[in-house]
Design a binder for this molecule. Structure first.
Ligand SMILES: O=C(O)CCC(=O)C(=O)O
Length: 262
């Protein structure tokens, strides 16, 4: 069980300009720490944005720079860092990889986005991950997924069946489907009776306008905090005890009939 103050860093990501993006995120991490959160959450592909055609040039070999940067930030500030995702170049191709560090700067999770979003050409430039994004912070089991992954309830349920209590979502979700963003996050919280902490970006790139509206939802489905479409920090305090309380109240997990779900 844990009580955490969590801050999502919602901002605009420079298109295909890692140098600018490292500078921007470092300054925001410094500022966000003034409020002393226990966990910071960053958005999807924050080093490159959706400049997918130039990934050959700008994706990092094994995500090495992002990894040392996030580890150092987590250790320096003594904060758990759900470090958004980064374009990771490997001999098998490029992955959209979510990285999580604990406050000692130790890598807790390296999750490759499992579902690629064809509407934004991801399938042409990226490879699919095959492993779950489970990790523990302060002994609380959590799951981390990337953007389009939230459209796959069975994928999220697989994490929850493995004991996750908090779902972290990092995203670059376009504004034209803001209604879907809200409904899907809400549904994942209610059906899994878990906390949902979702960090999205704002701004535009040459092809998309992004929604912002980073959101924190409790296991009953109440929106505890929701950002606007501006450059802002979204902060809320969460108590993971609410997960056991909600699951005790309506025993969805023990009422499941997996033998019927084929
Ligand atoms: O599912 C959607 O509508 C948006 C997904 C997306 O933007 C992404 O996965 O990057």
């Amino acid at each position: 069980m844990a009580k955490w103050k969590i801050t999502c860093i919602q901002y605009d990501i420079a298109f295909g300009d890692p140098e600018k993006n490292y500078e921007a995120i470092e300054a925001r991490i410094e500022r966000a720490m003034e409020d002393k959160p226990n966990i910071l959450v960053l958005p999807e592909l924050w080093t490159t944005g959706y400049d997918l055609t130039r990934l050959g040039e700008i994706a990092e070999d094994q995500a090495s720079r992002t990894k040392s940067f996030l580890s150092e930030m987590a250790r320096k500030h003594g904060v758990h860092l759900v470090g958004g995702s980064t374009a990771k170049s490997t001999p098998q191709g490029v992955f959209n990889t979510m990285l999580v560090y604990d406050r000692e700067g130790r890598l807790c999770s390296e999750y490759d986005k499992a579902h690629l979003f064809q509407l934004m050409d991801e399938h042409l430039h990226l490879n699919t991950g095959t492993e779950k994004g489970l990790f523990e912070l302060d002994h609380v089991r959590s799951a981390g997924v990337v953007c389009y992954d939230i459209r796959f309830p069975e994928w999220i349920r697989a994490h929850m069946s493995d004991g996750a209590e908090v779902l972290f979502v990092v995203a670059e979700w376009p504004i034209e489907r803001l209604d879907h963003w809200r409904a899907l996050l809400m549904a994942r919280a209610i059906e899994n009776q878990c906390w949902v902490v979702a960090c999205n970006r704002i701004g535009s790139d040459p092809d998309h306008d992004f929604a912002g509206h980073s959101t924190i939802i409790d296991p009953w489905g109440e929106v505890i905090a929701e950002a606007n479409e501006t450059d802002e920090f979204l902060t809320a305090e969460i108590d993971t005890l609410a997960v056991q309380e909600t699951r005790g109240h309506i025993p969805v997990f023990s009422d499941r009939r997996p033998e019927l779900y084929r």
